[in-house]
Design a protein around this ligand. Structure first.
Ligand code: BES
Ligand code: ZN
Ligand code: ZN
Length: 488
């Protein structure tokens, strides 16, 4: 259950949790009610709080009615663009509210109305935890916040920003839930059902097409289909569509391996443990379409936005693909599958070809938990971004910054392509040894992009954090990017 959000002119509950915002400036408590200001100023002096972008001031007062918590959230310099700071700092404040088991929270935003959207995102994401499978006792011990009061005199602009914030946060939460859910519950057909739900709630704005194995076979998707052939779960190829008003077509492709055992090239136990996350790319795309279905924004950047999810489960069995087998992708290229654990590039190969050939995409972004090597290189806080078009990345970069979806640019290094040459087929699916694995994987994908402007984003690291689980990395940045105000 996500908390209910209300807009209120005033909110003075004396045994509750109140959040105020302050920039790093002189007299930074001027907007906080007189009766609180003095205690806050003393506390601020004690703790050397000055409104910097990573500071929170927490004042607790025992009153007749109970405990009053006042938080002042530092936002840093007023002049800096601070969508991310607003969201991240709000998340921290709300996590504190949950820790002290606040039932209601007042969020005082009169002085920062333009930031309403990012406050709302922070509020809902701060309250998030994945407790679907926890006992009632646990949920009672760690309650969610039930009501949040945005304290401001409402205006239609604030209402709109609040709605955007709610839809963006819900989109991110859908992605996290899908990634956090075990492989027993999220298999290819479940992703298809989720896409159908999105279509239904969109009131005609999102349309969904599900291709079954037979249809994929007719299209020549031998590379995609070989990954799921060992599993009892049927593979499905999911295509979503949203109409825009721009000139160019954009396809958002997401690796959707609902569980990656490695197949016959079986992963050792420790490496397999987290492999329910291997559909995080596809979950990112579903989150984005959840937003489009609810918000229904006018998209000026593109004429069409597609979501493409090649969904399969990678299992070993008597029917599974063997190391050494050769498959043919939709563009006619043959691939020698030497390692069945390098399956992400196999499902993506056909999804990329489909995006260009069937959907005529001019722009493609793919999201994939593709290589452990990318995590070795960049850790859990950065995705690896590969692109054949600097301009495309440049535009996306601004929105990734706003969203806090950090990435590092990685090279499409031609010389490594030769590692993917096979002696018996056009390509093989693993390169020479362990080193540079994120790059060789990207070079493999590049073989399946003929003319599109393309970004490949390896999210193996940031899709998921060890303690807190799924992150929804990428959802917010793409949502903001799609609302880019100019044609691309
Ligand atoms: N799904 C994994 C990549 C992965 C690893 C994602 C760890 C998230 C966390 C992918 O399918 C895989 O197994 N890749 C292999 C490639 C290798 C066989 C060339 C890898 O990274 O070891
Ligand atoms: Zn794998
Ligand atoms: Zn995988």
């Amino acid at each position: 259950m996500t908390p209910k959000l209300h807009i209120r002119e005033t909110y003075t509950n004396p045994h509750s949790f109140h959040i105020f915002y302050s920039h790093k400036e002189k007299n930074n408590f001027h907007h906080i009610p007189q009766e609180l200001r003095q205690s806050l100023e003393i506390k601020a002096r004690q703790e050397e709080f000055s409104g910097k972008k990573d500071e929170l001031l927490h004042l607790e007062q025992v009153t007749k009615e109970g405990i009053l918590h006042i938080i002042v959230v530092g936002l840093g310099e007023k002049t800096k663009s601070d969508e991310r700071i607003t969201r991240d700092q709000t998340i921290k404040a709300i996590q504190l509210a949950r820790k002290v088991k606040a039932n209601e929270v007042g969020i005082h935003i009169k002085n920062i109305l333009k930031k309403t959207q990012h406050v709302v995102e922070g509020v809902l994401l701060g309250d998030y935890s994945f407790d679907t499978f926890k006992s009632i006792e646990h949920k009672k011990k760690h309650p969610h916040i039930s009501d949040m009061y945005l304290v401001t005199s409402g205006s239609s602009e604030t209402d709109n920003l609040m709605k955007k914030g709610i839809n963006a946060a819900h989109a991110n939460i859908l992605t996290r839930d899908l990634v956090n859910m075990p492989g027993s519950h999220v298999y290819p057909e479940v992703l298809a059902e989720q896409a159908k739900k999105i279509e239904k709630k969109s009131n005609g704005m999102v349309s969904v097409q599900i291709l079954n194995e037979e249809e994929c076979k007719k299209l020549g998707m031998g590379s995609f289909l070989c990954v799921g052939q060992g599993s009892d779960k049927k593979s499905v190829f999911i295509v979503l569509h949203y109409k825009g008003k721009g000139l160019k077509k954009c396809a958002l492709v997401g690796k959707s391996v609902t569980f990656d055992t490695g197949g016959l090239s079986l992963k050792p136990g420790d490496s397999m443990m987290d492999m329910k996350l291997d559909m995080a790319g596809g979950a990112t795309i579903l989150g984005i379409f959840e937003y489009l279905a609810a918000q229904r924004p006018e998209i000026l950047a593109f004429s069409d936005v597609y979501g493409v999810l090649p969904a399969a489960e990678n299992m070993p069995s008597g029917k599974a693909i063997r190391p050494g087998d050769i498959v043919t992708a939709m563009n006619g290229k043959t691939i020698e599958v030497l390692n069945t654990d390098a399956e992400g590039r196999l499902v993506l190969a056909d999804a990329l070809v489909y995006s260009e050939e069937a959907l005529k995409a001019d722009y493609i972004i793919d999201f994939a938990t593709l290589t452990g090597a990318c995590t070795v290189a960049l850790g859990h806080d950065l995705a690896g971004l590969f692109t054949n078009n600097d301009q495309f990345e440049n535009i996306y970069n601004a929105y990734a910054k706003k969203a806090g979806d950090d990435y590092w640019r990685m090279p499409l290094f031609e010389a490594y392509s030769k590692h993917m040459k096979s002696s018996v087929a056009d390509l093989k699916n693993i390169g020479g040894g362990r080193y540079g694995g994120a790059i060789t994987a990207a070079m493999f994908l590049k073989e399946f992009v003929a003319r599109a402007q393309w970004m490949h984003i390896d999210i193996a690291g940031p899709a998921h954090h060890e303690k807190s689980g799924a992150t929804g990395w990428g959802v917010l940045s793409v949502i903001y990017f799609l609302e880019h105000q100019k044609k691309i």
